[in-house]
Design a protein. Sequence first.
Length: 355
Amino acid sequence: MLRKKVLAGALSFGVALAVPWWSITTETTPAPASSAAGAAASDHEGTTHDDSPSADAAAPGGEEAHDWQAMDREMAKRDKSFPAKTEGKGAQPLEPKVLADGTKQFTLTAKSVKWEVEPGKVVDAMSYNGAVPGPTLHVDVGDKVEVVLKNELRESTVIHWHGIPIENAMDGVANITQDPVPPGKSFTYKIKAERASVGWYHSHHNGTEQVTNGLWGAFLIGDMPLPDKTKIAQEIPIELQDAGAIGLTLNGKSFPATEPVRVRKGDSVLIHYFNAGTMAHPMHLHGLDQLVVAKDGFPLDSPYKADTVLVAPGERYSVLVKADRPGKWAFHCHIFPHSEGKTGMFGMFTEMIVS
Ligand SMILES: [Cu+2]
């Protein structure tokens, strides 16, 4: 309500442009709860308050203002609830069944699931084996691999192996390389793990819905060669989504239910970003350098440092982070409408905690 009034006021009288930038800054920036901030805001006492998230910031002439203290309280409550517990965890390693001839066999069952994206937000998702993202498959170079897709969805599906060298008939694109797998049926994909890869798998049937609703996962082959033969303490997938039932998430969860990356000081961690979503996300890590070592699983001849790595749909970037500064480092998509708003952090935000 207040927002509409404010906007109407600004449009009718053209006052907005007359408001000096510093007064806008004062009112839009959540101030620290200090006495100075309290004094600065004291001229707004007694004005109409609107605690709803739609209460807007700058009012023409500073006559009307929202309740910044309520805003701070709401933000703090949400931000400090991190890491919040939710049901279900995606992107977990899946052990293969080893067949008599040494073939590593995985079974991925496509099925509907109620998926808790953040506390209290449960969506109707599609999943492999009941989790979003689906299990992480990791095999060695030279392995013979079979993946049995069982379709328990109410519509047909297929699996495409993105970034994995493969025979055409196994490429998993409905009506291009195979018939769609109908509900109740299975299909076995045969893959020879030819070379080290940071690949992923996803539906290629009604992809707009099936992928954004949860049908994707990571598929790693071999080990990434690292500069100076760096020993890593952890290898972590960070799988991005921004649409469908799953929405703005890291590994299938929205802040405050995203999982922090916990690292011991001095350790190195290898992170693989995967973008299963519909737009590019600049992944920004505070305080620690990201050394980009591979693009789409291909090791770079000249790794480079960045603090923000833009990951477009379908892409993978592998970054090496040396945890040389202790602290709780914000780690988020730098498109703020994907990660931070007037109710606090949300969506694609987590922390790298170095201790
Ligand atoms: Cu983003």
